[in-house]
Design a protein around this ligand. Structure first.
Ligand code: ZN
Length: 140
């Protein structure tokens, strides 16, 4: 009588334990959207640091450019090697390639206005992110 009672009890506990390891593996492989966003901001912060070291005379423009990227105001148009950059208020947008349509483009040293800085910051951030994604995928 006791053997028939303990029999089903052990089999159900085995069934409960079985799915646990497989679900923990599948959640590890795919990085979540939150991770991707965190990586983006990490790479952006690194890129901004490098730009500040390289162009110490342009701290203000670089910081405003970083803000444009954070606000999602910089949009790359890959097929035409163009980028569209919205002004900080979002009321205007500029088409940026080798040059920019803003007034600061005429004044800025080397024509590096905040819009052009914004485009290069985003491009470098995405490159860094792509390398990082390969690396994390390889580790996982
Ligand atoms: Zn500009």
């Amino acid at each position: 009588m006791q053997a028939t009672v303990s029999g089903p009890a052990t089999s159900t506990s085995a069934q409960i334990q079985a799915p646990a390891p497989s679900t923990s593996i599948s959640t590890r492989v795919e990085p979540s959207a939150e991770d991707a966003t965190a990586y983006f901001y990490l790479c952006l912060a690194d890129t901004v640091q490098l730009a500040l070291q390289r162009y110490p005379h342009d701290t203000g423009r670089i910081q405003r450019a970083a803000e444009l990227v954070r606000q999602g105001h910089v949009r790359l148009i890959p097929d035409e090697k163009l980028a569209e950059v919205k002004s900080s208020t979002g009321r205007f947008s500029y088409l940026v390639s080798g040059q920019c349509q803003c007034k600061d483009f005429q004044r800025a040293p080397g024509g590096k206005c905040k819009h052009r800085y914004g485009v290069s910051l985003l491009r470098r951030t995405l490159k860094m992110l792509a390398k990082m994604a390969v690396y994390t995928h390889h580790v996982a």
